[in-house]
Design a protein around this ligand. Structure first.
Ligand SMILES: [Zn+2]
Length: 143
């Protein structure tokens, strides 16, 4: 199945909107990890992750993640696509919930959004999320 092959060979995230957002964050002096594995869930990655503040950014493709403005079910193999795309949406919600349970703040964006708007939402999330010291720096911790 060509489309499925294509999807697995070009993992989510390497899109023009994501690259624009990453460049803008970098210009602001913000540092982040890209495509960080979601802790505790196999084969899922955070597009842009701020690990100290625990802010996870996903820039979801309009087709694969069924954006309300641009999402659609292809007419060919409609049932399969309905199953496939609703499964993606369910996984997205489960991933968000999982990260929030672990104390992350999750910012979900659509690839059609303006990069400047996405960057503003990310900055707001960073400002709202206190820095947590990690166990790898015990000199700052209580333990
Ligand atoms: Zn869209």
């Amino acid at each position: 199945m060509w489309l499925r092959e294509k999807m697995s060979r070009f993992p989510r995230g390497e899109t023009a909107p994501e690259m624009a957002v990453r460049r803008a964050l970098h210009r602001k002096g913000l540092r982040y990890r890209v495509h960080l594995p979601v802790p505790g869930i196999a084969r899922r990655r955070i597009d842009i992750a701020f690990t100290r503040r625990k802010v996870a950014v996903f820039i979801d493709g309009c087709f694969w993640h069924s954006c309300p403005e641009h999402g659609r079910i292809p007419s060919r193999n409609g049932e399969w696509w309905r199953w496939k795309l609703s499964g993606n949406a369910r996984r997205d919600r489960a991933t968000t919930q999982h990260l929030e349970d672990l104390g992350w703040r999750v910012v979900r964006c659509w690839e059609h959004e303006q990069p400047a708007d996405i960057v503003r939402r990310i900055q707001d999330a960073l400002d709202a999320q206190p820095v947590r010291e990690t166990p790898s720096h015990p000199e700052h911790g209580d333990a």
